[in-house]
Design a protein around this ligand. Structure first.
Ligand code: TNX
Length: 570
């Protein structure tokens, strides 16, 4: 007998992604036919709505009615072990986001002590059912039963995020919701919404309407991979691209995400990556003219890092930022606000009388650690931090905010490797790990890909599909699912530093991702890997088992959800 057949025979009925903390599989199953669902009166509105939705979904796909009874005080009956059907009850001893599921032949008892605990129990229950639970059609052939088992579960990290760049390419509200949906399936709880960039401003701001009238649109986009234009003579597609979210739409997405247990972390990337804002309001810049072209600022049509950045020497710029962030604070109820801070060239500031006057007034000096201009960026960060504090919020920034001085209470998102996160946690800052080597989902999924091949493909006008077998690859990086899976966000940290690691996040930058199909392809199946990085204790991670789960129900679930994904073996 081959190993594969043997492992198929031994394969358990319980295949959950991310792998729960503990799973005990018992004999037998609980037949779902005609099952009553009961809920605890103490449960919150969000899980009660999710249970109603589960019941409706089961009714469609199993072709049976699963009535939900009115919430009652059922904890005592559950404790006594009586009861029948599917029972949801509050257990005050469980920690935030934790849940337990106990299934015997008569009942399934689900306990949790938080909205997210119940939502995650529901996700796990769905993964215990036939995979057609994710579809739209009745599947009468499937065995509508749950395996008898005991599952105890809670996450390793509190912050389990995914980021999406909606600026380099714009994604509609429906596409964003589709992604939130898949995130929720994998128990992710933070959506980092990258809303502003050089190439497009995506958030409606009432006080500054030109940000979306002008800043949300670019007349054209560079064609193909930017690195191939060795002579610098870029070619453009001539197609207007853009879009933005109204405040009402952003509120709708906030609400939609909340129902899935996901908090949104909005990002206004400042003081660099601001060309779209400069094109809208040129007075935000140092001279009002581009130092790149000498002409007017224009919404950027190429990729990379622009030398045109905001002018922090002017009070009007600082007021602008507070107004913009203030409006967004009213829309996004989460505790955290991301102010970017990455890739801000200081060329304009070094030549700007207003910036130099600000540097002098604040007494900022260059030393061996940082230039006076870097310290000017520190001033911007600290002003934003103080403003956010007045709105009851905490600041997150990319790891560049560590250069020079950073005030207590800031959270660092480490992207240039683990380095920034290690330094930050050792200095006592909270950290979210998103290093390029493991978390950049714009990098190529194939390990067959290399930079020279990409250049050769482009030089010969061959598509990446022909040369590398991949429809989309960004920049020069590789990131296989195996590499993503191998990530340990606390590697190399002592206990004290490790306690500052709030979690990890996948980042999806979209310069080279123009269509929703390609976007989904880049996210999946790597997000499965990220979910185990974020959720599972190290001892519970097992790549071989994981990849079997992905190739089995993982792919089927995505197919049923109509979510595109890569399914090639290397
Ligand atoms: C660096 S990660 C950037 C982004 C790019 C990305 C491409 C970060 C904070 N900045 O602006 O889109 O690389 O991989």
């Amino acid at each position: 007998m081959t190993l594969t057949i043997l492992s198929m025979l031994l394969a358990t009925a319980i295949n959950i992604i991310p792998q729960p903390l503990s799973v005990r599989e018992d004999k037998g199953s609980f037949k779902l036919k005609g099952t009553q669902i009961s809920c605890d009166a103490q449960m919150g509105e969000i899980p009660l709505a999710a249970i109603a939705e589960l019941s409706a979904q089961m009714t469609i796909v199993a072709g049976q009615v699963y009535p939900v009874s009115k919430p009652v005080g059922i904890t005592e009956t559950v404790r006594a072990g009586s009861g029948k059907g599917i029972i949801f009850a509050v257990d005050p001893t469980l920690v935030d986001e934790a849940y337990t599921i106990n299934i015997d032949k008569r009942k399934a008892v689900i306990l949790a002590n938080s909205d997210n605990g119940f939502l995650y129990a529901i996700q796990t229950l769905k993964q215990l059912m036939p995979v057609s639970i994710y579809g739209h059609d009745t599947d009468e052939k499937a065995k509508w039963e749950l395996p008898c088992c005991e599952i105890k579960d809670k996450p390793r990290f509190a912050y389990r995020g995914m980021h999406l760049d909606c600026c380099r390419h714009f994604w509609t509200v429906d596409e964003v919701k589709k992604i939130l949906d898949v995130m929720a399936t994998l128990k992710l709880n933070r959506f980092h919404w990258h809303l502003t960039e050089d190439q497009g401003w995506r958030a409606e701001i009432k006080a500054y309407p030109l940000l979306t009238e002008i800043g949300a649109w670019r007349p054209e986009t560079i064609i193909g991979y930017q690195g191939m234009y060795l002579d610098g003579k870029f070619k453009f597609d001539g197609q207007r691209h853009g879009g933005f979210y109204t405040q009402e739409e952003m509120r709708d997405v906030v609400e939609y995400a909340a129902r899935l247990g996901i908090t949104i972390v909005p990002e206004v990337d400042l003081p660099g990556h601001m060309v779209a804002a400069l094109a809208s309001y040129p007075w935000l810049g140092c001279s009002g003219k581009s130092i790149e072209t000498g002409g007017d600022y224009k919404v950027w049509t190429i990729w990379g890092v622009s030398p045109d950045v905001l002018c922090p020497g002017k009070d009007s710029t600082m007021e602008f930022l507070k107004t913009v962030i203030g409006e967004l604070c009213d829309i996004f109820p989460g505790e955290y606000f991301h102010i970017g801070g990455d890739e801000c060239p200081k060329t304009a500031w070094a030549q700007c009388p207003d910036c130099q006057a600000r540097i002098a007034a604040l007494g900022l000096k260059s030393d061996e650690h940082a230039s006076a201009e870097t310290r000017l960026q520190n001033y911007v960060t600290s002003e934003m931090q103080a403003f956010l504090a007045t709105r009851g919020k905490k600041l997150i920034g990319w790891d560049e905010i560590l250069e020079g001085d950073l005030e207590e209470g800031a959270t660092v998102m480490s992207w240039r490797g683990l380095r920034g996160g290690i330094e930050a946690s050792n200095r006592g800052f909270d950290v979210i790990m998103t290093p390029t080597d493991y978390c950049y989902f714009d990098y190529c999924q194939s390990d067959q890909f290399n930079y020279d091949e990409k250049m050769a493909a482009l030089a010969e006008s061959k598509s990446l599909e022909e040369m590398v077998g991949e429809p989309t690859c960004a920049w020069w990086g590789n990131l296989t699912i195996k590499q993503a899976y191998s990530f340990n966000p606390t590697a190399g940290l002592d206990k004290a530093a490790a306690s500052h690691i709030m979690g990890a996040q996948a980042n999806v930058w979209t310069e080279y991702i123009p269509t929703p199909e390609q976007l989904e392809y880049m996210i999946m199946p790597r997000l499965f890997a990220m979910s185990e990085v974020q959720w599972c204790e190290l001892r519970n991670k097992d790549y071989d088992k994981f990849i079997e789960k992905v190739k089995g129900n993982g792919y089927k679930m995505l197919e049923l959800k109509g979510f595109n994904f890569r399914n090639k073996d290397e």
